[in-house]
Design a protein. Structure first.
Lengths: 111, 114
């Protein structure tokens, strides 16, 4: 299975701290994305990084990709209580880029 | 605003009673997807439509069917829901298959099976 694995499974921090989540995958990819899912809601696309990119920024989000290690990390800086959610990585392969989701990291940001 | 809409947001059905979930999109995207997400698990792709072409994932049970009468609408039919089918069902779209990696998700329908 190409399913990614994320770590940690759960992360609890205080507002203002940085949160780092990691994603590992098994096969070669065309792109990797991160999604946020608030409790009981749909998925919100955060950021996409292509296989020829190493780092990407979007606001307080920083994503890195290391294709040699088949891993990616998502850094949320200066976290807020509103960042509390589950975060999933998803990989797209070449050809039909079916998304394969990782297992998710549940982030809790306390005020 | 262009978006993906799912109705209803919450659906309760009885064991074995057919149920249909609805998804519509105003993005004019060619591809529509249905995912099943069980509690604390990753979303799992059930099938997708590229225009009118239906593509079933190999491990999607026969109990799950889909219809796409036009570009805007796609339905998920569960013919005989079992207790194990209780889950969040997510609809998503992408402009085309080459950009399947950039999917837009609806808010989901949470299905309860009694």
């Amino acid at each position: 299975s190409q399913q990614g694995e994320e770590d940690p499974q759960a992360l609890s921090i205080q507002e203002g701290e940085n949160a780092t989540m990691n994603c590992s995958y098994k096969t070669s990819i065309n792109n990797l994305q991160w999604y946020r899912q608030n409790s009981g809601r749909g998925l919100v696309h955060l950021i996409l990084i292509r296989s020829n990119e190493r780092e990407k920024h979007s606001g307080r989000l920083r994503v890195t990709l290391d294709t040699s290690k088949k891993s990616s990390s998502l850094l949320i800086t200066a976290s807020r209580a509103a960042d509390t959610a589950s975060y999933f990585c998803a990989t797209g392969n070449t050809g039909f880029q079916k998304l394969v989701f990782g297992t998710g990291t549940r982030l809790l940001v306390s005020p | 605003d262009a978006m993906v809409i799912q109705n209803p947001r919450y659906q309760v059905t009885q064991f074995g009673k057919p149920v249909t979930l609805s998804c519509s999109q105003t993005l004019n995207h060619n591809v529509m997807y249905w995912y099943q997400q069980k509690s604390s698990q990753a979303p799992k792709l059930l099938f997708h439509y590229y225009d009118k072409d239906f593509n079933n994932e190999a491990d999607t049970p026969d109990n799950f069917q889909s219809r796409r009468p036009n570009t805007s609408f796609c339905f998920l039919d569960i013919r005989s829901p079992g207790l194990g089918d209780a889950a969040m069902y997510l609809c998503a779209t992408s402009r085309d298959l080459e950009r399947a990696g950039e999917q837009f998700f609806g808010p989901g329908t949470r299905l309860t099976v009694l």
